[in-house]
Write a protein that binds this ligand. Structure first.
Ligand code: UDX
Length: 427
């Protein structure tokens, strides 16, 4: 099948690579011609394990093409996948400007039957709204079918998640359209849920909101653990042994970040509010996530004492989690900003990024960052942090305070090295 992907971001690029890899001919398009030029040369603008290799292979084998002429490929391909961003607007709603551009482009080129697949994360009711818009732009509803097919990939494991998804959700008005989209995924072996479009749209938002809730829940329990001198990692293990709860997403830490959870929690709350539904639970989820950083700032302040004169804090990790170069809504960066505002000197290191942050000094390796440091904060769990030479770290630091903000380190081992160790909910 010839497929046109609109938008060469995380979702668009991964979908393009995987669809090409399973045998389709894919035209991955983006209005950003500089980005497309780079992709043609095999330069992938994001760090995602396995993605570059899969793109190279499928470009070389003639199944994957990159193009800046979006309309031309929309016109020629029977299947169009919309994978543009829906960032947060100021009021928390999903900003639909990129979707709107795509719909305008589409309206100009639809001359033959199309299956349009909405992969962007969009608010409930979007599919019906797009139908109305297209009609307004003079496109008859007989010539296309709009199917909602949300994407659940995680950054850092995007390829793996796309090849081996837990499920594929297809929301369509007609069974025939749903089956056509299901057929595209052959030979991916997974469970399919064929449903209506608005339900598919809500499944995406509700999934992300539920996962964010799970994280804020375990972070709140970690506070109780601190108070009762219990270890959250043991408590989480025991909770997770209940099949109804499951062990995943129960890792207490400095809170969730990234381009999806904060945005989608806001967008779902906003969408509900337009129908006079107040999402109290999600407000609490957000509040816990925000306050998590303050709690750990207070703990550091307490350990470091009153003076800020020449007090150095090393921070390892800047992205919103390990295995990505994405710093959007990163709690690590939020924490660095709070620390500098408090008057601390922050020396930071990340294996992939060094974004300019006022007063933060970037170091070229992790050992340089801890030199003469009073405290070390682990903000993401890259393997190279877990496997650090702790004897060397101890020697290089001025004082021995460690805050493991992701509970990735072995508490006993850290004590054996002589560190004053604080984890999240691990007194
Ligand atoms: C998420 C969803 O998992 C994915 O299904 C959706 O398509 C996009 O949003 P992603 O943002 O890539 O994916 O990252 P994810 O691995 O879910 O982590 C999000 C944040 O939660 C990170 O900051 C991570 O550090 C944090 N997290 C995750 C925890 O604090 N504890 C956990 O147990 C799990």
């Amino acid at each position: 099948m010839n497929i046109c992907i609109v938008g060469a971001g995380y979702v668009g690029l991964t979908t393009a690579a995987v669809f090409a890899d399973i045998g389709h001919t894919v035209y991955c398009t983006d209005r950003d011609s500089a980005k497309i030029d780079k992709l043609k040369q095999g330069i992938v603008p994001i760090y995602e394990p396995g993605l570059t290799e899969m793109i190279d292979k499928n470009q070389a084998e003639g199944r994957l093409f990159f193009a800046a002429n979006v309309r031309r490929h929309m016109r020629n391909c029977p299947v169009i996948v919309i994978a543009v961003g829906t960032p947060s607007a100021k009021n928390g709603s999903a900003d639909m400007k990129y979707i709107l551009n795509v719909i305008k482009d589409l309206s100009l080129v639809i001359r033959s039957p199309k299956t349009i697949i909405m992969k962007s994360t969009v608010p409930p009711g979007t599919a019906d709204w797009v139908d109305e818009l297209l009609l307004e732009y003079g496109v008859s509803s007989d010539i296309y079918e709009l199917v909602s097919n949300p994407e659940f990939l995680r950054e850092g494991s995007a390829i793996e998640d796309t090849i081996h998804p837990d499920r594929i959700i297809i929301g369509a008005n007609k069974e025939g359209a749903a089956m056509r989209v299901k057929e595209l995924y052959h030979p991916i072996d997974t469970r399919f849920l064929l449903t209506h479009r608005v339900e598919a749209e809500l499944i995406k938002y509700a999934s992300n909101a539920f996962l964010a809730t799970k994280i804020s829940f375990i972070n709140e329990i970690s506070r109780v653990c601190d108070a009762f001198k219990a270890d959250i990692t043991e408590v989480a293990k025991g909770i997770g042994m209940d099949n109804r709860i499951g062990p995943k997403f129960l890792q207490a830490g400095l809170g969730y970040g990234g381009s999806c959870f904060p945005k989608d929690v806001n967008a779902l709350s906003y969408a509900a509010s337009t129908k006079q539904v107040k999402m109290d639970l999600l407000q609490a989820v957000k509040k816990i996530n925000r306050s998590q950083l303050n709690i750990y700032l207070n703990k550091l302040n307490h350990k470091l004492g009153e003076s800020r004169d020449n007090v150095r804090i090393a921070v390892w990790g800047a992205t919103f989690k390990e295995n990505t170069d994405d710093t959007r809504y990163s709690q690590a960066i939020a924490f660095m900003k709070i620390l500098t505002k408090q008057g601390y000197q922050v020396y930071a290191y990340d294996p992939l990024v060094s974004p300019p942050i006022p007063s933060v000094i970037w170091c070229s390796d992790k050992y340089e960052a801890v030199k003469e440091a009073d405290a070390l904060v682990i903000a993401t769990v890259w393997p190279e942090f877990i496997e650090a030479d702790w004897g060397r770290v101890k020697q290089l630091m001025k004082r021995n305070i460690i805050l493991d903000g992701r509970n990735g380190l072995d508490k006993k081992m850290m004590k054996a090295y002589g560190f004053e160790f604080t984890g999240v909910g691990r007194p």
